[in-house]
Design a binder for this molecule. Sequence first.
Ligand code: HEM
Length: 109
Amino acid sequence: MYNILLQSHAGSWAILVLLLVISYFAPNQKITPMIQRLFYLIMIITGVSMLVMIGFPLLYVFKGILAIVLIGFMEVVVGRRKRSESTKVYWIAVIVLLLIILSIGYDII
Ligand code: HEM
């Protein structure tokens, strides 16, 4: 069971980033932002389930909180792009948070 959660978690984050890039470059369609939200749920549900199963280690609780903030910034990027507002600062936040989260996920830090 844990392995299924881990594989679906590890297999979904790249798709989520791809969906964000498509939503950014094609801001007038509603499909990819909707699928993006489905993948937010997949990341949160598989993440929290794994946290419960491994007893809430502090580093992964911290990673989970960072991930929720990341998801918030992803939504801001999509929303501001739709309104043709600047997204530069939020893209920087998304990239920095993603690098930290991936480094924790893949045991680099
Ligand atoms: C978009 C957000 C997220 C990204 C990009 C992400 C990324 C990753 C990656 C790359 C891994 C390692 C997978 C592997 O070892 O093959 C991982 C594992 C994990 N993530 Fe996430 N994650 C996200 C959200 C979350 C959330 C919201 C939580 C919890 C609330 C969470 C909790 C965990 C846990 C517990 C593990 C397993 C650690 C292990 O057994 O090694 N993740 N995550």
